[in-house]
Design a protein. Structure first.
Length: 269
């Protein structure tokens, strides 16, 4: 579990649960979802990604990679969303959510994060996250995570071509196939009871739905998702933070249709 040391005395002195997060970040969503599902009181610290608050020295002293979310629990800093939700489940066992014994579904979600981030940036954020050369240069000077800086630079300049998006779609389609097979056998991913695995993946499926990704080929996955979406915790953790959600442009929809067709999926539109 990536518990890290912070150089900030004010962070080490914090009591209770404090979450640094962003509204539309799927990784932030899964942590908020588990916090709400377990009925935990927590203090919200929104991070404005569009204005590069994650590149400030103050935030990078909390999360050295400059990513969201980051959880501080009684002065202990924990990063990486799936590790955070495992920590929450162990630290507050009154409502136990558990997970699959082999961590299979959490690991699969981790393995799909790069593909999901790439394709959702191109389909959802291309027209709303406009970055000029000066802003990119400023970000690069301040943000210490070279991998993320390279990702953002490519997104803002050349972009990710259809070949790259097709690779992402194959990764995500394969994951959906695995989820579908499991949900034909069990009500939830780890068995008959809802678990961390379900909350981790529900936010990913939600992101796909925002892109108009079709779920017709995965009917059990669709039913499972809508069951989770109807929970009060989902409304509080996800829907309540979704003001000004971008919709795919006509151009982006066309790109997604072509990419989906190349991996054997049919767009609903």
């Amino acid at each position: 579990m990536p518990e890290i040391a912070t150089t900030r005395d004010d962070i080490r002195d914090l009591a209770g649960l404090h979450l640094w997060h962003a509204g539309l970040s799927n990784c932030s969503q899964r942590v908020r979802l588990v916090l709400e599902e377990k009925g935990l009181a927590w203090t919200s610290h929104p991070v404005d990604l569009l204005n590069f608050e994650h590149a400030t020295p103050e935030y990078q002293a909390i999360h050295p990679k400059g990513l969201v979310p980051a959880l501080v629990h009684d002065g202990r800093t924990i990063i990486d969303s799936n590790d955070i939700i495992e920590h929450l489940d162990g630290a507050f066992p009154a409502i136990r959510l558990s997970r699959s014994r082999d961590r299979r579904w959490l690991d699969l979600a981790d393995g799909c994060q790069s593909a999901l981030r790439t394709i959702s940036h191109e389909i959802l954020l291309k027209e709303v996250r406009i970055l000029d050369a000066a802003r990119l240069e400023d970000f690069g000077r301040k943000h210490r995570n070279r991998d993320f800086h390279e990702f953002l630079h490519r997104f803002a300049t050349t972009g990710f071509d259809d070949e790259a998006l097709t690779g992402c779609a194959r990764v995500l389609s394969s994951a959906l196939d695995q989820i579908e097979r499991q949900l034909r056998e069990t009500r939830f991913l780890a068995g008959d009871d809802i678990a961390l695995d379900d909350f981790s993946w529900a936010t990913n499926i939600h992101r796909l739905r925002l892109m108009d990704w079709p779920l017709a080929a995965h009917p059990r996955t669709s039913d499972w998702y809508f069951e989770i979406e109807a929970r009060d915790s989902f409304k509080a953790a996800v829907v309540a933070f979704e003001e000004n959600v971008p919709a795919p442009s006509a151009r982006a929809r066309g790109r997604l249709e072509n990419v989906l067709r190349s991996v054997g999926l049919q767009s609903p539109g």
